[in-house]
Write a protein that binds this ligand. Structure first.
Ligand code: 13P
Length: 290
């Protein structure tokens, strides 16, 4: 298989109106389910681990697991340290073998965010210019779970196009994550993406910089399609696959209290995640892209 870079894939997605899926994992079962769905549809795929997920799985272990699937399935797979909240944690992920980087210093003042993001981009590019680096600007609320209360997104949370352009230019990033009315987790009320803002950011960013939508769970399909049309080429989903996994596992354990064989207990959870990921890959129009 010819090796294709993540930047090439995301540029192709941007031009042809589809988005690559980024799915989070905290164990082998979720990874297997995602990879089976990707294999079925010949879809390029990103596997993400947040700092908490990384701590649980182990950085080296995540690299080894993804490498094994990549070799066996022959797909472009990119392992991403999702929301690295410090320069050191992003660099560490690169050093152990992650082949995509996300540095998220969006909680810091604008100039400090630029400084730290640039440091990571320079570090990674000096070692391998092909690795795609993502930076983040704007305030993304929520956590990857089903929210109990309404998440109030304030106008000042949202990414300003003129700042997005300056941020991308000064940091040298390849992927830009912004706040457009999205939030992490499934919110009580229906999210309303600011599609015009996505278009405005797309307009000011260089074509080579891909736009990432975080917080993909709970956003109605029609809005996801609009967001892709407006210029999003990479969508992150975590809560919906976590929920599918946990619900299937709870049901199996309740229905089969005597079962003790782990691979039998886990099978319905793997299946539930696979079905959910297939749904998302179809929605993102990410089917047969290799
Ligand atoms: P959700 O949990 O809302 O799907 O968000 C996931 C995410 O953005 C991970 O980076």
């Amino acid at each position: 298989m010819k090796s294709v870079s993540l930047s090439e894939i995301l540029l192709n997605a941007q031009k042809s109106n589809w988005a690559a899926g980024h799915f989070n994992i905290s164990n082998l079962e979720q990874l297997r389910a995602i990879m089976e769905a990707a294999k079925k549809f010949n879809a390029p795929i990103m596997i993400g681990l947040s700092e908490g997920e990384r701590k649980f799985v182990g950085l080296r272990q995540a690299v080894a697991l993804v490498k094994a699937f990549k070799e066996e399935y022959g797909l472009p797979v990119f392992l991403n340290p999702d929301h690295s909240h410090s320069v050191d944690s992003a660099k560490e992920a690169y050093d152990v073998g992650f082949n995509s980087i996300h540095i998220d210093l969006s909680k810091l003042p604008f100039n400090e965010n630029i400084e730290g993001t640039k440091e990571v981009a320079d570090y990674v590019k000096s070692k391998n210019p092909e690795i795609s680096v993502e930076g983040e600007l704007g305030y993304l609320r929520g956590e990857s779970r089903i929210q109990k209360e309404v998440i109030k997104i304030k106008p000042e949370d949202l990414t300003k196009p003129e700042e997005a352009a300056e941020f991308a230019e000064k940091t040298g990033i390849d992927r830009f994550a912004g706040a457009y009315g999205n939030s992490h987790g499934i919110s009580v009320d229906e999210p309303a993406l600011d599609i015009e803002r996505i278009k405005a950011v797309r307009y000011v960013l260089p074509e080579r910089v891909a736009m990432v939508l975080h917080g993909g769970s709970g956003i109605p399909d029609s809005q996801i399609k609009e967001a892709i049309k407006a210029g999003i080429s990479n969508i992150h989903v975590n809560t919906e696959i976590r929920t599918a996994y946990a619900e299937a596992l709870r049901k199996f354990l309740a229905d089969n209290p005597e079962e003790t064989t782990p691979y039998k207990i886990m099978a319905p959870a793997v299946e539930a995640v696979r079905i959910k990921v297939e749904e998302k890959l179809k929605l993102f129009n990410s089917v047969i892209r290799i």
